[in-house]
Design a protein around this ligand. Sequence first.
Ligand SMILES: [Zn+2]
Length: 145
Amino acid sequence: MGIIENAKEAVKLVQQIDNVELYRKILDLHSEAMELTEQLKKKDEMITQLRNALELKGKLVCKDSAYYLEDEKGRTDGPFCTKCFDVDKVKCRLVADNREPQVICPNCKVSFSSKPLYHYLRPDVEADRKKLLESIRHENMRREF
Ligand SMILES: [Zn+2]
């Protein structure tokens, strides 16, 4: 029998004695037991969350102001926001903004400039740039002849 069930049982027994003062004290104890049980549950959830974050922290690699997660097979996942993970223990993916080279976190809304991150997130932009440079070079070479 748990603490809440014991408190309920004590409330029932005290009701039979017909002592108002004792009945009030037992009711107070019952509500305090319920409150403590709820606090304990929240602390257990927090411990689980911190354990998971600590375990994950050991697998995270910080590079270019972002976290990357590497699995046993060497595959990389990310980039993740360092602020969200360090402060809130949340793994949130950074995304490329429309304004190159701005990178933004959809969770905490932090925005910062990072060419390496932007090009990692938007390899198509870098490929388009190379194609454009190549076509300009071609055009210049054609004009020289
Ligand atoms: Zn964030």
